[in-house]
Design a protein around this ligand. Structure first.
Ligand SMILES: Cc1cc2nc3c(=O)[nH]c(=O)nc-3n(C[C@H](O)[C@H](O)[C@H](O)COP(=O)(O)OP(=O)(O)OC[C@H]3O[C@@H](n4cnc5c(N)ncnc54)[C@H](O)[C@@H]3O)c2cc1C
Length: 459
């Protein structure tokens, strides 16, 4: 049996970065990835990178304002080809990054626990066992398929992964789920010229955000022609040879509606990937939601086993999986001070058009804390940069503590917000006095300078 200092199960962001680091330090490392089309993990193959490429290419198509559906369909087809080229280039690069190290071996097979230190690997042609002193689980998350009648064996049903393999642009796409991944696809396909319907079972649109922000986002998406139906409980998805028919009931008035589509995207969430790992056999505990239970140093309930990234539950972002790696590096080679409790002001961006980015508290959350707060708000259109990039939609908002001047939170729904939000989160971590951003010298014309105006608008 081959023995390794470390075995990493899953080629995710935190795991591959850890594997390279350990390998560079002379550790013998085995990385086990179940699929040759997933070297490099979700982010580069089926997550962040392909979706953001499609966001960009769909904006270009939208900008062209083609006159026929065929022109849009052609632009979509080319975009999918470009996505394939870029993801396969990144996949190859990710594989080589690890495979070219003498100390690291990549195995392509499905991993499961045999014992606390033994991992069984099932490849296409054989099954063998590896022994590892330390084991890191980095198996990510997988799409939840809701138990809706008519979903299985329905050729019109797609997940976020399979819809990015479509060669033909759908004329009408219906998205089940109005969460952030669903909305990104809504924006992409609407820009490419599809008619898009979003069915959300909740009664509030993007409930995590303040209502004024949610209304602004909804108005911009509707302006693109996206139909957003709240309280829509999908009952069944029928199909014939040409189309699917989605039957949903309105939870408020009980009315039943039928909507036809030539593609249906299921975007009802992603759950931690623990199936088949045989965790029960070695005593690795799961949370009630099925994630691997970890402490603030990412140790599982078993001493020599850690969990990294989406599989340990909580927010699912590539940059948090990467930060998990930093916590482990600090434990193994540093002063062991870093932990998940350190994470302050973690921002996120939803890449609709324009992007929606947020950090810290919303106004509603800040009010609930009982603090004395002040709010600042400006329209994106008031910033010269929005004219130069042709995207004047949006609203920017911040909330501060009136007694301490601390920034409590910020939401930017505007062009380039996915960049600018990082300035706010850095300011919150480093200095956290709003006056710093109000009076900072920014370049012009830039979206960053909107922070001067936003923080001057505080009342
Ligand atoms: C459509 C979409 C868009 C997204 N957009 C963004 C974004 O813009 N920004 C952002 O930060 N995040 C985004 N995310 C989330 C982000 O992709 C994930 O949070 C991140 O990739 C998780 O990385 P990870 O390290 O947990 O593992 P992953 O990268 O998910 O890797 C896990 C790997 O483990 C493998 N595996 C699973 N089980 C086994 C097994 N038993 N044996 C061997 N191998 C196994 C899998 O094949 C996979 O390759 C998006 C996700 C999706 C789906």
């Amino acid at each position: 049996m081959k023995k390794y200092d470390a075995i990493i199960i899953g080629f995710g962001k935190g795991g591959k970065t850890l594997a390279a680091d350990l390998g560079n330090r002379g550790w013998s490392v085995a990385v086990i990835e179940r699929s040759s089309s997933m070297y490099g993990g979700t982010c580069i193959n089926i997550g962040c990178i392909p979706t953001k490429l499609l966001v960009h290419l769909s904006q270009t198509a939208h900008y062209h304002e083609f006159t026929t559906f065929e022109q849009y369909a052609n632009a979509f087809h080319q975009a999918i080809e470009e996505k394939r080229n870029i993801t396969s280039m990144l996949r190859r690069k990710n594989f080589e990054n690890l495979d070219t190290k003498d100390t690291v071996t990549v195995y392509t097979g499905i991993a499961s626990f045999r014992s606390l230190s033994e991992i069984e690997v099932r490849t296409e042609s054989e099954t063998f066992v590896l022994e590892g002193e330390k084991i890191f689980i980095n198996t990510g998350a997988t799409t939840v398929i809701p138990p809706i009648k008519g979903v299985s064996d329905n050729p019109f049903i797609y997940t976020s992964t399979s819809i990015m393999e479509l060669d033909k642009l759908p004329r009408h796409l219906t998205i089940v789920g109005g969460g952030y991944i669903g909305l990104e696809f809504a924006s992409i396909f609407a820009n490419f010229g599809s008619k898009v319907t979003v069915l959300e079972d909740g009664d509030k649109f993007i409930p995590r955000e303040d209502r004024d922000i949610a209304e602004a986002v909804k108005a911009v998406l509707e302006k693109k022609g996206i139909s957003i139906q709240l309280n829509a409980i999908v009952q069944e998805i029928e199909h014939d040879a040409d189309k699917a028919t989605i039957i949903y009931r309105n939870a408020q008035n009980g009315e039943t509606t039928r909507v036809e589509a030539d593609a249906v995207l299921l975007a009802t969430g992603r759950r931690p990937n623990t199936e088949g790992l045989n965790l029960e056999a070695v005593g690795v505990k799961l949370t009630e939601r099925g994630a691997i239970e970890v402490d603030d140093h990412l140790h599982t309930s078993v001493n020599n086993i850690w969990a990294i990234g989406d599989v340990r539950g909580g927010l699912q972002f590539t940059y948090l999986s990467l930060d998990d790696y930093r916590i482990i590096r600090d434990e193994l080679f540093g002063n062991d001070r870093r932990n998940t409790g350190d994470r302050e002001a973690i921002a996120y961006s939803v890449f609709i058009d324009p992007p929606l980015s947020h950090v810290g508290m919303t106004e509603e959350q800040a009010r609930h804390t009982g603090r004395n707060i002040k709010v600042g708000k400006i329209l994106a259109a008031s910033m010269p940069r929005t004219l130069t990039v042709g995207q004047t939609d949006g609203l920017l908002k911040t909330v501060i503590d009136a007694d301490t001047n601390q920034i409590l939170g910020c939401t930017l729904f505007c062009a380039e917000s996915s960049e600018v939000i990082n300035i706010v989160s850095l300011a919150m971590r480093m200095n956290n006095n709003y006056v710093y951003l109000r009076d900072n010298i920014f370049t012009h014309p830039s979206m960053s300078e909107s922070l001067n105006d936003l923080y001057s608008s505080i009342k």
